[in-house]
Write a protein that binds this ligand. Structure first.
Ligand SMILES: Nc1ncnc2c1ncn2[C@@H]1O[C@H](COP(=O)(O)OP(=O)(O)OP(=O)(O)O)[C@@H](O)[C@H]1O
Ligand SMILES: [Mg+2]
Length: 246
């Protein structure tokens, strides 16, 4: 399915917080155009891994290459540029409560001016991003006027507005009812189709993993414990693997 060209490569990633060895030599490759699901218990280091990936957390050792660039070798500005290519949907929605939907979406455009050059009118970009998540009519609302599912979709629109090549989803469906979760999943898939993005999806939602993954990695004890398709992992006889699919 994927053309096997790596777009992210993580090798022997280690990250400790004091005596807490969160990542103990984690390896991972994301191929262009694929949806890679990472599963792991709560506290196993999934969010830490993804934060290291975009330089929000410093790792202790190991290498992280994103689109052919070793993030350790980038200066602040280069890292900032790279972040416009890597969209991050935070765990929870993390909208700015004091800003309207429009202002929330404009925020990344202001922060990363370089990517689109000087924008006279942000409206077309804001509208395209909102159209992608079916919420054009909310443009002037405040976050408190939105439901949980709508907030998640607006957060997704904000991630999309910089037209990233890679999207990192941290628990995109957690805390949503099954129907809204399904809607978010369908959106994620339509976005991938439309923009040909590659994605890492962190989730403990088995349905989400089944629907969206081309490949999965289980993070156990700070390591990439096992990888394979949903079909392969969900039928594994390894008790540590089975535990995820119960
Ligand atoms: N800034 C920090 N300082 C100290 N310890 C941290 C920090 N961030 C994370 N940790 C620790 O790292 C471990 C992994 O946390 P992380 O948030 O990556 O878990 P997770 O796999 O994303 O869990 P969840 O499924 O609950 O989101 C936890 O033990 C956590 O306490
Ligand atoms: Mg997490």
């Amino acid at each position: 399915m994927q053309n096997q060209k790596p777009i992210i490569e993580i090798k022997d990633l280690k990250k400790n917080y004091g005596s807490n060895h969160v990542l103990a030599g984690f390896n991972m490759v994301l191929y262009e155009g694929e949806n890679l699901v990472i599963m792991g218990k709560s506290g196993s280091g999934k969010s830490v891994m993804i934060k290291c990936l975009i330089g929000l957390e410093e790792h202790d050792s190991g290498s992280i290459e994103v689109m052919g660039k070793d993030i350790n070798e980038l200066n602040r500005e280069e890292l900032d540029d790279l972040r416009t290519e890597v969209g991050f949907l935070f765990q929870g929605s993390a909208l700015y409560d004091s800003m309207t939907v429009r202002e929330n979406l404009e925020f990344p455009l202001r922060r990363h001016k370089k990517k689109f050059g000087k924008i006279k009118d942000t409206t077309p970009l804001v509208m395209e991003a909102l159209d992608n998540v079916g919420l054009a009519h909310t443009i002037n609302l405040m976050p408190e006027e939105l439901s949980g599912g709508m907030k998640r979709r607006i957060a997704l629109a904000r991630t999309l507005i910089l037209q990233p090549k890679i999207i990192l989803y941290d628990e995109p469906t957690t805390g949503l009812d099954p129907i809204t979760a399904k809607e978010i999943l369908l959106l994620m898939m339509s976005i991938q189709k439309k923009y040909n993005t590659s994605a890492i999806i962190i989730t403990h939602d088995v349905d989400c993993a089944r629907v969206i993954s081309n490949r999965m990695i289980l993070l156990v004890d700070g390591l990439n414990y096992i990888e394979g398709t949903f079909e392969e992992l969900s039928t594994s006889t390894d008790p540590k693997v089975q535990a995820f699919f119960k």
